[in-house]
Design a protein around this ligand. Structure first.
Ligand SMILES: O=C(O)COP(=O)(O)O
Ligand SMILES: [Mg+2]
Length: 233
């Protein structure tokens, strides 16, 4: 029985790419680099803020192996720019509210599991009116590891008092899929988010749902298979 749904934030609940692009380009311009297209920067999202800044500095999804290079100054600059615009052009995806309400009404415990740092996540959830849905919010700096590591997923399950077999991760990317599989939860993905430029059909998941109401229906049928097959009930 699925009793908990763990939501990715960027690309699943909220379309945050426009604000992240503004901040990324403000950083590039400040450092004397040309701004980049939003659709390209959108492919850099998913593995957390430090990875994003390394990709933005490299202008490429592939960052140099020199991942040890100290970028604390650039991270501070990015943080400053992102705080200035965070939320301004962010919008809630169609279906987010209806899907969350359907799951809440069905008694499903809801959590956010995002790679976005806490300092940007909580204001966004407040501003968009989503905070009240989530008794548990696990951010990119909550645990030692981020998605695709299973730790934040397992931590959210713990805080909700559920075991992984009772939970489904609902996300948009390879990072959600890998974290969920490693944690032992079910996993659904939406096709409208950010998957580092790749089709979600390439991912190892239990299902692709077009919207969060469809995810709520998937959970309902999974919990009550007879309901999906009239006549067998
Ligand atoms: O911060 C990121 O890189 C992406 O955040 P997400 O885990 O909510 O998609
Ligand atoms: Mg995401």
């Amino acid at each position: 029985m699925l009793e908990a749904a763990l939501f990715d934030l960027d690309g699943t609940l909220l379309d945050t790419a426009p604000d992240l692009t503004l901040a990324a380009n403000a950083l590039r311009v400040e450092l004397g680099m040309a701004p980049m297209r939003e659709d390209v920067i959108t492919t850099f999202l998913g593995k957390g803020m430090e990875n994003l800044v390394r990709r933005v500095l490299a202008g490429s999804l592939q960052i140099e192996e020199d991942a040890a290079r100290d970028i604390s100054r650039e991270l501070d600059l990015f943080r400053h720019h992102y705080h200035r615009v965070n939320g301004d052009r962010t919008r809630i995806f169609d279906g987010t509210l209806d899907g969350l309400k359907a799951m809440r009404d069905a008694g499903i415990a809801l959590a956010v599991v995002t790679n976005k740092p806490t300092e940007f996540t909580l204001p966004l959830l407040e501003q968009t009116g989503l905070r009240g849905f989530f008794p548990v919010v696990v951010c990119g700096d909550t645990c030692e590891h981020k998605k695709p590591h299973p730790q934040p997923v397992l931590h959210a399950c713990d805080l909700l008092g559920k075991v992984p077999a009772q939970a489904v991760v609902i996300g948009d990317s390879v990072n959600d899929a890998l974290a969920a599989r490693a944690a032992g939860t079910a996993v659904l993905v939406v096709p409208y988010g950010y998957n580092e430029g790749r089709e979600v059909s390439t991912l190892d998941v239990d299902g692709i749902v077009d919207s969060l109401p469809e995810a709520a229906e998937w959970i309902r049928q999974r919990n009550d298979p007879a309901a999906a097959v009239p006549g067998l009930a």
